[in-house]
Design a binder for this molecule. Structure first.
Ligand SMILES: [Mn+2]
Length: 420
């Protein structure tokens, strides 16, 4: 009979002689879990302290009966997770978009589903992702990263899209993305259907003379010229790779396959010699080799890589809330590992598209989308690649703002200054 567990289990492998340990006992120091636990010690906590102090200033001190004096009266910041008006990950809302340059990365929503050719609803994608993102902390145990402590993030809200007008919406999206990118902040765009891929890339591409590669996770090729006579969500890479600094040979499409890839798209992929890694390829090569190959092809001769993640690249059993569900996709663990490995080399921006909350169940699709984004951020931080794209912004745009001034007009929804 074994002695009680606590007699043999040491959580401090250094403090006991080998004779005290049973031969079959695992060496905890070899487990990733133990290493990760040790790593947590090294992460600073100042930003969390700052947030708690800020919450008390914004939300007032709590009732006398509350023992934890860091709790405010009004919920502000991360806690409680079920309360609040959600930005992505409860990051600061940059209502004044001229402030996005103060942050390493900016989340912006592109609520548009006018490019959808089957199920609509992705106009609610940004809201759906923001809502469920509230259940995450900014800390990831396994990789030993605390985003709040190690990077800065804001949420600039949504782009003013024009329902029923793809081209006007594209212009708005490119303009918004170019503004964020020019500020030096890395844009993280939450769609919206996949038609937004083209204006997102166009917004970045216009701010640089450098070349951009694309890693595109999807079940669908999305590279035909038109669909239903318009530039629908099946077309973003045709138009993106027409841009002079976005070479088709640096487009890598990962996870493509199944019965929803139109033959027109395949023809274009063949003509432009894009790189397609099917789900079967990935299965055969494994995750590490797939990521390595994708990176090699995407980075060949370019300066930056953009990531486009279509949530439908994951098996539809895990992501019911999407426009074109397709069985046989990535398992979540595969998708998350691949996205992290691609991000580990640095990206100049990313989009997370095709989350359609009206078709979702228990918010699992939106949650998966959130997870892809936070894992990408974690990989950027833990590999020291956050902000690596900045040196390539050599043609920043400068967009005019309106003339409203709080000094002369007062704050909105208040009595006009001076008229009291
Ligand atoms: Mn797709």
């Amino acid at each position: 009979m074994l002695p009680p567990l606590h007699k043999t289990r040491s959580h401090h492998p250094v403090d006991r002689g080998a004779q005290d340990r049973r031969a079959h006992h695992p060496d905890l120091s070899k487990l990733m879990g133990w290493k990760a636990a040790r790593k947590e010690e090294e992460i600073p906590g100042e930003e969390w302290e700052k947030e708690k102090a800020w919450a008390l200033r914004m939300g007032l001190t709590a009732a006398d009966s509350i023992e934890d004096r860091s709790i405010p009266t009004f919920a502000r910041g991360e806690l409680p997770h079920y309360a609040g008006i959600n930005t992505f990950l409860k990051a600061p809302y940059t209502e004044d978009v001229t402030e996005v340059g103060n942050y390493d990365a900016t989340v912006l929503g592109a609520p548009f589903d006018g490019g959808t050719t089957y199920r609509p609803g992705t106009r609610f994608g940004p809201q759906g992702v923001r809502k469920i993102s509230a259940l995450y902390t900014p800390y990831n145990y396994e990789i030993g990263v605390d985003l709040r402590e190690q990077m800065s993030l804001c949420d600039a809200g949504d782009i003013f899209t024009i329902p029923g007008n793809i081209e006007k919406t594209f212009d708005q999206i490119s303009r918004a993305v170019s503004h964020v990118f020019s500020s030096g902040s890395m844009p993280i765009i939450i769609g919206g259907d996949h038609s937004i891929g083209f204006p997102c890339v166009r917004g970045i591409a216009e701010c640089t003379s450098k070349k951009i590669g694309i890693v595109h996770f999807d079940r669908h090729a999305d590279i035909q010229e038109k669909d239903l006579d318009e530039r629908m969500h099946t077309t973003p890479w045709f138009h993106s790779t027409n841009l002079p600094n976005v070479p088709a040979k640096n487009l890598v499409q990962v996870g493509i396959g199944g019965w929803q890839v139109p033959r027109e798209a395949v023809k274009v992929a063949r003509e432009r010699e894009t790189n397609i890694i099917t789900m079967g390829d990935m299965e055969k090569m494994g995750i590490d080799k797939t990521a390595e190959m994708a990176l090699e092809m995407a980075w060949d001769g370019v300066d930056m890589v953009y990531m486009s993640f279509d949530i439908d690249s994951i098996d539809c059993g895990f992501v019911p809330g999407t426009g074109w569900p397709e069985p046989g996709g990535f398992l979540p663990r595969e998708a998350l590992a691949l996205a992290s490995k691609v991000a580990a080399e640095g990206i100049c921006g990313m989009e997370l598209v095709e989350v359609s909350p009206p078709y979702d169940q228990s918010e699992i699709t939106a949650l998966m989308g959130t997870r892809v984004i936070v894992d990408v951020l974690g990989a950027l931080v833990s590999n020291g690649k956050m902000g690596a794209h900045k040196r390539h912004i050599d043609k920043p745009v400068s967009l005019p703002m309106g003339e409203y001034s709080e000094a002369t007009h007062g704050k909105r929804w208040t009595t006009r200054a001076g008229s009291k």
